[in-house]
Write a protein that binds this ligand. Structure first.
Ligand SMILES: Cc1cc2nc3c(=O)[nH]c(=O)nc-3n(C[C@H](O)[C@H](O)[C@H](O)COP(=O)(O)OP(=O)(O)OC[C@H]3O[C@@H](n4cnc5c(N)ncnc54)[C@H](O)[C@@H]3O)c2cc1C
Length: 866
C-alpha cells in the first residue's frame, strides 16, 4: 500500500503520493521557475449573443479563444465550468516536441512551439518554457531504420532533426548508460513548458484581444435553433451563439451527449513521477535534453535538480477509467487526480534505472496520476462535425499541451476563412461514424496507449477492435484468404495468400512477404481478370429539384449526361482540392456519388453544408452501408460478365464511363464501366445482402477465363502505372488541381460559378510554382510510399506523394511535387529512402496506357491504315 510519507520502492524512495490539486496552485506538483501565477479571477460580464462559444477552459479551448480574438473575431466567449486548466491541463508533464511521425501534425507542433517561444513577450506572462532539445533512443536495428524513415519524411519540413551517434548522445546526456544505444533522433528546440502558465498566458492574450473568458460557467444544455444558431445554457444565463466549439477535454463525451452525439473517446489514466534533487543532476552545467527510450516506453526529463519520469504501459497493463466509460465523469469531479499505482509502472522504472543509473539513488517526491481522453487512434478530433450545423469540436487530446497552440491557430483559420488552412485530414472528426462503438473505442484506446512507442511501419495495421459491425458481405468468405486492411471501419483485402506462401502480417520498411503475391495479382488483372471488394467506398444518393444546380456549384467538372459518369472535384474557395468523387447521372436529376472510404462523412458534411447555405431543394442520402461494390477488371472482364447478363456489354454499346441498371443473373446492379486499375472493367453496385451471391456467380462464370481475387495493394500499383492521382496523396487541400495535373477534370469555362473557380483563374494567371510529376528509380529492396524527400544539387526540393514497385518495368515508381523548373521529362533528381539517395528520373506519364486509350489508339491506327 502506498501512502503519503516516505517509502523505499526497489531502490527508489517514495515520499508522497499526490491526489488533489491545491486550488489555484497546481504548480506545487512540479513547479518550475518559482514564478508567481496570476490570481484566478472570474469575469463578471455576461453576453447574450456570441459569434463563437467555446466550451472548456483547458489549454486547447483557451488557445482557440486567443487565436480567434487575435485574428479579429468579435464576441468570442469561452465558458469554463470551474476554473481555467481544471481538466487535464493543470497537471500535465508539459513535454513539447517538434517530432511527429505523421506529416501534417509536424506543422501543428511547429506552430505551437513557435507561438510558445514568443508568448511571454507578447502577454507579459511567464510560461516556463525550456528548450534543451530531445533525443529518441534506438536500441535495435529496426529502430534505426525507423529513424532513417523519419528523416526522409522530415527533410521537406521546417523542423530541424538529426540522427546522432551514441558518443554525441553521451556528451549531451552524460548520465546515460549508452551500452545498448545504437543511435538517437535529435530534435533541437524540444523541451517542456508549464501547462498552467501557458494557459494563463494564452488567456491573458485572449482577453487583451477582446475575448470573454467566463468561469465558473458550466454549460448544462445546448439547443439548436432552426436558423443554425445555438442556445447555450448555464446556471448564469443563456447565450445565443452562431457557432459552438466543444473543447471540454475528458468531459467532451458529456457535452456531445447533450446533443445526442457519442464521441468516440475513452478516459485513461496516465502517471508520471518526480524525484527530489539528484546531486549528479544538480552538478550539470546545462539542462539535460528530454529523453525518450522507445523500447523502454518512457520519457524522462529534468525537473529542477531532479528528474521526471513517465511511462506508457502496455495495453494489458494500462488503466482505462472504466467507471467513467459506463457512467460518465462523476458529477463534481474537479481538479483532481487518481490514486497513484506504482506497481503498474514499476517494470518501466527498472528499465529506466538501467539506462539512467542515478535514478536508483533517487527519492520520489511526487506521483501524478491524471485523467485524459484517448480517441481510437490517439489523434484528436478537430473541425466541424457532420450532421450538426455549426457544431465544432477540438477534443480527444492525448498530447494537448504540444497541440494546443497549433490547433488553436488551425481551427481559428478554418472558422474565419471557411476552409482548413492546410491538410489535416487525420484529425477530421468525421473519420469516425456510427461504427465507432464504445467497445471498439475502448479496445483501440488501449492499443493506442500501449503502442505509444512501438515502431511505426509503413502500411501499418493494428488489430484491436476488429472487425467492427461494418463488414462487407464478403468478409466471411474472404477473411481466411487474404490480409485485410482497415478502412473507416471496413475490412478490405490488401493482398491474397498464395499456396505455400508466408501469410503472416510482417510489417517492414523494406519489401516484405506481400511483394511477390501482389506481383501475381498485378499480372492477374493485366493478363486475365480479377475481382476486388470495393464495398468500403462512401456512397451518396442526391436527387430533387435543385440537384443539378447544386452539383454544378459544388463540382469543377461538368454534370455528366444521364447514363454517364465522370470524375469530379470539389474545390475550396481558395481553389484547392477538397474532395474527389465519381458522379453518375442515373436518371434525370438523380445522382450516385462515390468517394473513398476515408472521406465519406468528410465529403458529406461539405455537400450538406453547401446545400443548406444555398437553400437548394435537394434530398441527400448516405447509402454507404446499404450498397456493396464489386470491381471486375482485366482484359477478360467483359467475357466473364457477358455470360451473366442479357445486357450487351460490347465496346460500342456499353461505353467507357457509361452507367446502366442491369441484372447479373437475377441480381439487380448499377454497373459503371470504370476501373481504378485503368484496365477494362466494371464496378457493380448492389444491395449489400447480395454480395456473396454476386461474387460466387462471377467467380464461377470466370473459371475458364482464369478469374481470381486481387486486393488494394495491386490496385495501387496498377493506378500508379496509369498515373491516376489519389485523393489524400496527390491532391488535398494543400494542392490546387492545376499543379496536381487535373486540368482535364476542371472546366473553367463552364457557365456555373463553382466553388473555387475565381481563385483557380487567378492561380492559372499567375502561373504554377510546382508541378506533380511521375518518376522512376532503381532501388534494391525498398520502394517509395509517399512523403519522402526529393533532392537536387544537395538540397531538398520537393516530396513524393505516393509510390510503389512497378511490376511492368521492375523499378520503383512515384508521384512527386517538384519546382516547375525541375519538372521536365528526363530531369534527374534523387529520392531519399532509408538514409540513401537513389537517382530518379522524371518520365512521360502514364507509364502504362489505360485500356480506353489503348483502344482508341488502336482504332485510330486501324483507320489510318485503311
Ligand atoms: C499525467 C499527464 C501528463 C501529461 N503530459 C503531457 C505532456 O507532457 N505533453 C502533452 O502535450 N500533453 C500531456 N498530457 C495531455 C494533456 O494534459 C491534455 O491533452 C490536455 O491538457 C488537454 O487539454 P484540453 O484543453 O483539451 O482539456 P482539459 O484540460 O481537460 O480542459 C477541458 C476543460 O473543459 C471544462 N469543461 C468540461 N465540461 C464543461 C462544461 N459542461 N461547461 C464548461 N466547461 C466545461 C473543464 O472544466 C476543463 O477545464 C498529459 C496528461 C496527463 C494526464
Amino acid at each position: 500500500m502506498l501512502r503519503p510519507g516516505t517509502q523505499r520502492l526497489r531502490g527508489i524512495l517514495l515520499r508522497s503520493c499526490w491526489r488533489r490539486g491545491s486550488p489555484g496552485h497546481p504548480r506545487s506538483i512540479c513547479g518550475r521557475e518559482g514564478e508567481e501565477k496570476p490570481p484566478l479571477s472570474a469575469e463578471t460580464q455576461w453576453k447574450d449573443r456570441a459569434e463563437t462559444v467555446i466550451i472548456g477552459g483547458g489549454c486547447v479551448g483557451v488557445s482557440l479563444a486567443y487565436h480567434l480574438a487575435k485574428a479579429g473575431m468579435k464576441d468570442v466567449v469561452l465558458l469554463e465550468k470551474s476554473e481555467l486548466t481544471a481538466g487535464s491541463t493543470w497537471h500535465a508533464a508539459g513535454l513539447t516536441t517538434y517530432f511527429h511521425p505523421g506529416i501534417n501534425l509536424k506543422k501543428i507542433h511547429y506552430d505551437s512551439i513557435k507561438l510558445y517561444e514568443k508568448l511571454e513577450e507578447e502577454t507579459g506572462q511567464v510560461v516556463g518554457f525550456h528548450q534543451p532539445g530531445s533525443i529518441r533512443l534506438a536500441t535495435t536495428p529496426v529502430r534505426v531504420d525507423e529513424f532513417r524513415y523519419q528523416m526522409t519524411r522530415t527533410g521537406w519540413h521546417a523542423t530541424e532533426q538529426y540522427i546522432i551517434e551514441p558518443e554525441k548522445i553521451q556528451e549531451m546526456f552524460p548520465l546515460l548508460n549508452t551500452n545498448k544505444v545504437l543511435a538517437g533522433l535529435y530534435n533541437p528546440g524540444d523541451g517542456h513548458i508549464d501547462p498552467y502558465s501557458l494557459t494563463m498566458a494564452l488567456a491573458a492574450g485572449a482577453r487583451k484581444y477582446g475575448a470573454l473568458l467566463k468561469y465558473p460557467a458550466p454549460v448544462t444544455s445546448l439547443k439548436p435553433r432552426s436558423d443554425g444558431t445555438w442556445d447555450v445554457e448555464t446556471p448564469q444565463g443563456c447565450m445565443r451563439a452562431n457557432r459552438i466549439v466543444n473543447a471540454a477535454g475528458f468531459w467532451a463525451r458529456e457535452v456531445g451527449k447533450m446533443i445526442g452525439l457519442e464521441h468516440p473517446l475513452i478516459p485513461v489514466q496516465h502517471q508520471y513521477v518526480v524525484t527530489s534533487t539528484i546531486p549528479e543532476v544538480k552538478a550539470l552545467k546545462r539542462e539535460l535534453p528530454v529523453l525518450r527510450d522507445l523500447e523502454g516506453s518512457y520519457y524522462l526529463r529534468q525537473e529542477r535538480d531532479g528528474l521526471l519520469f513517465g511511462p506508457y504501459e502496455s495495453q494489458e497493463k494500462m488503466k482505462v477509467q472504466d467507471s467513467w466509460v459506463t457512467n460518465g465523469v462523476p458529477p463534481g469531479f474537479g481538479k483532481e487526480l487518481f490514486e497513484c499505482d506504482l506497481d503498474r509502472i514499476m517494470e518501466y522504472m527498472e528499465v529506466a534505472m538501467e539506462m539512467v543509473p542515478v535514478l536508483k539513488k533517487a527519492d520520489i517526491i511526487n506521483v501524478v496520476n491524471g485523467p485524459m481522453t484517448y480517441s481510437p487512434d490517439i489523434l484528436p478530433m478537430v473541425g466541424p462535425h457532420q450532421g450538426v450545423r455549426n457544431y465544432w469540436v477540438a477534443i480527444g487530446f492525448g498530447y494537448g499541451i504540444i497541440h494546443a497552440g497549433g490547433v488553436g491557430k488551425y481551427l481559428s483559420d478554418w472558422i474565419l476563412h471557411g476552409e482548413p488552412p492546410f491538410d489535416l485530414i487525420e484529425l477530421d472528426p468525421n473519420r469516425y461514424g456510427k461504427w465507432t462503438t464504445t467497445q471498439y473505442t475502448e479496445a483501440k484506446a488501449r492499443e493506442s496507449y500501449g503502442f505509444n512507442n512501438v515502431v511505426g511501419y509503413p502500411k501499418e495495421e493494428r488489430f484491436a477492435g476488429r472487425p467492427t459491425q461494418r463488414v462487407s458481405g464478403l468478409y466471411r468468405s474472404l477473411e481466411s484468404k487474404c490480409s485485410m486492411g482497415f478502412h473507416a471501419g471496413w475490412e478490405q483485402p490488401h493482398w491474397f495468400y498464395k499456396p505455400g506462401q508466408d501469410t503472416q502480417y510482417r510489417p517492414s520498411f523494406r519489401r516484405t512477404n506481400w511483394f511477390e503475391p501482389v506481383g501475381s495479382e498485378y499480372k492477374q488483372v493485366m493478363q486475365r481478370v480479377g475481382v476486388i471488394d470495393l464495398t468500403p467506398f462512401g456512397k451518396f444518393n442526391i436527387k430533387g429539384r435543385d440537384s443539378i444546380r447544386l452539383l454544378d456549384h459544388l463540382f469543377a467538372n461538368i454534370i455528366p449526361k444521364v447514363g454517364f459518369t465522370n470524375i469530379s472535384h470539389m474545390l475550396t474557395p481558395k481553389g484547392r482540392v477538397y474532395a474527389e468523387l465519381t458522379v453518375s447521372h442515373q436518371s434525370p436529376g438523380e445522382f450516385l456519388l462515390i468517394t473513398g472510404s476515408g472521406s465519406e462523412l468528410h465529403d458529406l458534411r461539405w455537400i450538406e453544408e453547401e446545400a443548406v447555405k444555398g437553400g437548394y431543394d435537394v434530398e441527400i442520402k448516405n447509402i454507404t452501408d446499404e450498397l456493396g461494390v464489386l470491381g471486375v477488371a482485366g482484359p477478360r472482364a467483359r467475357k466473364v460478365l457477358q455470360k451473366l447478363t442479357s445486357e450487351d456489354l460490347s465496346e460500342d454499346v456499353f461505353k467507357f464511363l457509361q452507367t446502366k441498371s442491369l441484372k447479373i443473373s437475377n441480381i439487380p446492379v448499377t454497373a459503371i464501366r470504370i476501373s481504378y486499375t485503368g484496365e477494362l472493367g466494371w464496378e457493380l453496385y448492389h444491395r449489400r445482402e447480395d454480395s456473396v451471391a454476386l461474387y460466387d456467380m462471377i467467380m464461377n462464370a470466370g473459371q475458364e477465363e482464369g478469374i481470381d481475387n486481387f486486393g488494394t495493394y495491386a490496385m495501387n500499383a496498377l493506378r500508379l502505372e496509369k498515373a491516376f492521382r489519389a485523393w489524400g496523396s496527390e491532391m488535398n487541400c494543400d494542392t490546387n488541381p492545376l499543379e496536381a495535373g487535373l486540368e482535364y477534370f476542371v472546366k473553367l469555362n463552364k457557365p456555373a460559378d463553382f466553388i473555387g473557380k475565381q481563385a483557380l483563374k487567378q492561380i492559372k494567371a499567375k502561373g504554377l510554382k510546382r508541378r506533380l510529376v511521375c518518376l522512376t528509380l532503381a532501388t534494391d529492396d525498398v520502394d517509395p510510399e509517399g512523403n519522402e524527400s526529393i533532392w537536387y544539387n544537395g538540397k531538398v526540393v520537393g516530396n513524393t506523394t505516393s509510390g510503389s514497385y512497378s511490376y511492368s518495368i521492375q523499378k520503383s515508381l512515384a508521384f512527386a511535387y517538384v519546382p516547375i523548373e525541375l519538372s521536365e521529362v528526363g530531369q534527374q533528381v534523387e529520392v531519399e529512402l532509408l538514409g540513401k539517395n537513389y537517382p530518379a528520373v522524371i518520365i512521360q506519364e502514364p507509364l502504362v496506357l489505360t485500356e480506353p486509350t489503348r483502344n482508341r489508339l488502336q482504332k485510330k491506327s486501324g483507320k489510318d491504315k485503311t
